[in-house]
Every structure is written in structure tokens, then in C-alpha cells.
Design a protein around this ligand. Structure first.
Ligand SMILES: NC(=O)c1ccc[n+]([C@@H]2O[C@H](COP(=O)([O-])OP(=O)(O)OC[C@H]3O[C@@H](n4cnc5c(N)ncnc54)[C@H](OP(=O)(O)O)[C@@H]3O)[C@@H](O)[C@H]2O)c1
Length: 343
């Protein structure tokens, strides 16, 4: 017996579009394997929304992906210019709300309001937007438990590499802390500086030309993004921290002459995010590591985290960004929720 699970997708950028293509192309397979058919009934970007109560067909989904940014509401006859989450929910309430809007750590919007509104409306939530889990973790979880709905957010940390799932699975272990490389952009910049002995500015320019760094790179190079991920992890591990609790370095201060000296000594600089649960401390710091250290071999946009437990150390390595990787991780969460609520 196949169950239809209705999705509203809020945010139709890199990740939202990848997810839409995945749903269009993989739905048959998902149906055969898991007994659920995913039906996208609403899609929104910053310009408005598309709502189709009985679900957009695979063909319509792929056509939607061909529209330019901010144009979903031009999709006739289902487009609703200017419509946001409230208007969508006044017409249809999805089973699962997927939040793929930008992560904004200043006031959390639009993610915080969207996620809380969806939960209060009785929808399960899957999010790759980090802000609701960085700024309002407790409120989100309380709202979900009050309404008896599920929340999943594994794409918020390491994108397609399932660190959050792994941490949640370590139920019999005592996790003492973890450290690693949680930001691909800064790791790419550092790799360039070490391998080609170029300045920070030159490495950043290359990252921007390749689409790896934003035109304003502050979220990455000032450590906000890895700090946000540490905050999410600290909440998952039951020792909640605030963004302001995380001590951050500024990578742009690194002089290529220091890099040159480190290379001569047989070391490399890495932007290491660390969480010490016993001390209750978190930091994102430029750290010199010897060439033999596992983190020294993590180059380019790759991420890696070493989890320290009372029993052993576990290291997980993988891509920490990318539209397709992140969309797959969101899809995993969607399927998991669909299965959990259907059983
Ligand atoms: N890309 C990755 O590799 C990656 C990895 C892990 C996590 N994430 C997280 O996933 C989220 C999405 O990332 P992305 O790369 O897809 O971002 P993106 O390309 O910038 O897309 C963001 C989307 O959100 C829409 N949006 C902005 N404000 C909105 C509003 N008020 N209402 C409805 N839609 C709104 C944008 O609309 P317009 O199209 O009109 O601008 C755009 O469609 C972010 O929170 C990011 O931190 C991304």
C-alpha cells in the first residue's frame, strides 16, 4: 500500500532546486523501496509561491527548475505572486515542511518564523536552514513535541555527510568532545595558501571565481558558519551553547609568511572547530597541525570531524557542502520522517 506524503518546499535556490529534481526523478524508486510517494504541493521563493493541491507532476517540477531565481510565482496557472508561508498554509497544509531558505544568524528570518509556523500548524519539519537550530533550538523542539510532530535537520551540519545521524546513534557512548574541519570554503582557501604559497586575498579570489566563496565571505572566514554548526552539535549532544559562546578566529589575518614558515617546519594551518563537552567550551581557531595529522590530509572543500568518546575515537570525512549532496541529505530526512509517521 503506497502512502502519499505531501511536501511544501520553502526556498528554491541551489538546494531547493536539487531536491525538486531528485523528487521528480527518484519518486518511482522511493515508492518501490519505501512505500511512500512524495508529492510536492507548494514551492516558494522570495518572490512568491506555487500551490497545487494535488501535487506538481514530475514534468511540472522539472519545468519549475528551469525558471530563473525569484520567479516561481510566474508558473501558470498555479503561481501566487508575493505569497509566503502563511498564505500557502491558508490554502494547503503539507505533511512535511521543507525549509531551504538562507541561514541568517542576525534574526533567524525567514527560517525561524517559517519553521515555528509549520510546527504550530501540525506539519513535520525537515530543514537545511541552520538558523532555527542555532538561535531557537529549544523552542523548535518544544513546539514539535507539543504538537506531536517530527523535526530533522541533518543537512545543517556537513551537508551530505551524516555527522548528526552518527552522533545521535552513539547512545551507549560518552561523547567527550569533537574537533575538525566544518567549513569547506576556508579549508579551500587554506589549501590554496599552502599548496601555492599565495596570499589570503589571492586564495579568496580564486574561491570566489570558482563559486566556493560568497562575494561577502565573512560568514566563513570569520568563523560564523563553523561556529553555528558547533552550536547545533552542542544542542544535539545535550549541552546547549549560544553562538556568542564560541570563540572565533578571523582567517583573513593569516599572513602567507606564517604559512611559509609552517610548511618549512612540516606543519599546516587548519581552521579547527572544537567542542569540549567536559569543559563546556567551543572554538573555531587557526591551528597549526603536523603533516602526519589526519586533518592535514583534508584538502580543498572536504570536511572531517573526529569524535572523542570514553571508548574510542571516530573520524568521519566527507563533502560538507554542495547542492546535490545537501538535497540528498534532506531527502533522506524526508523519507525517514515519512516512514516514522506512517508506521
Ligand atoms: N548549498 C549548500 O551546499 C548548503 C549545504 C548545507 C546547508 N545549506 C543551507 O541550505 C539553505 C539553502 O541553501 P542554498 O544554497 O539553496 O541557498 P540559496 O541558493 O541562496 O537559496 C535560498 C532560497 O531561499 C529563498 N528565499 C529567501 N528568502 C525567502 C523568503 N522570505 N521566503 C521564501 N523563500 C525565500 C531564495 O529565494 P530567491 O530564489 O527568490 O532568491 C532562494 O530560492 C541555507 O540555509 C544554507 O545555509 C546549504
Amino acid at each position: 500500500m503506497v502512502r502519499v506524503v505531501r511536501l511544501a518546499l520553502i526556498g528554491f535556490g541551489t538546494v531547493g532546486r536539487s531536491l525538486t529534481k531528485l523528487v521528480a526523478l527518484k519518486n518511482k524508486l522511493i515508492e518501490e523501496k519505501y512505500g511512500v510517494r512524495l508529492s510536492i504541493i507548494a514551492v516558494a521563493d522570495s518572490g512568491g509561491a506555487v500551490v497545487k493541491e494535488d501535487g506538481l507532476t514530475p514534468y511540472e517540477l522539472l519545468r519549475l527548475c528551469e525558471l530563473p531565481r525569484s520567479a516561481v510565482s510566474t508558473f501558470t496557472p498555479y503561481g501566487l505572486p508575493g505569497a509566503g508561508v502563511r498564505e500557502i498554509y491558508s490554502r494547503v497544509v503539507p505533511d512535511i515542511h521543507v525549509e531551504a531558505t538562507p541561514s541568517n544568524y542576525v534574526d533567524g528570518e525567514p527560517g525561524v518564523s517559517n519553521v515555528l509556523y509549520a510546527l504550530e500548524s501540525g506539519a513535520h519539519v525537515v530543514s537545511c536552514n541552520k538558523a532555527p537550530f542555532v538561535l531557537r533550538f529549544r523552542d523548535v523542539m518544544d513546539s514539535a513535541s507539543r504538537k506531536g510532530v517530527k523535526v530533522r535537520f541533518k543537512a545543517t551540519v556537513m551537508a551530505g555527510t551524516p555527522l548528526i545521524d552518527l552522533l545521535m546513534s552513539l547512545k551507549g557512548y560518552e561523547i567527550e568532545g569533537l574537533e575538525g574541519i566544518l567549513n569547506g570554503t576556508t579549508n579551500f582557501i587554506l589549501t590554496e595558501m599552502h599548496e601555492n604559497l599565495v596570499t589570503y586575498e589571492e586564495a579568496l579570489k580564486k574561491a570566489q571565481l570558482m563559486g566556493i566563496a560568497e562575494s561577502n565571505p565573512d560568514l566563513d572566514v570569520k568563523g560564523w558558519d563553523p561556529a553555528a554548526k558547533l552550536v547545533i552539535i552542542s544542542n544535539v549532544l545535550g549541552m546547549p551553547m549560544k553562538l556568542g559562546d564560541v570563540v572565533r578566529d578571523d582567517l583573513s589575518r593569516l599572513d602567507v609568511r606564517e604559512v611559509f614558515r609552517a610548511v618549512k617546519e612540516g606543519s599546516v594551518f587548519k581552521f579547527i572547530a572544537a567542542l569540549d563537552l567536559r569543559e563546556g567550551r567551543a572554538s573555531v581557531k587557526l591551528t597549526k597541525v603536523p603533516r602526519g595529522n589526519v586533518f592535514a590530509s583534508i584538502t580543498g572543500t572536504l570536511n572531517a570531524v573526529r569524535i572523542r568518546t570514553d571508548v574510542n575515537e571516530i573520524t568521519i570525512v566527507g563533502k560538507g557542502a554542495g547542492g546535490s549532496e545537501t538535497a540528498h541529505s534532506v531527502l533522506d530526512d524526508v523519507i525517514t520522517v515519512a516512514q516514522e509517521v506512517g508506521s
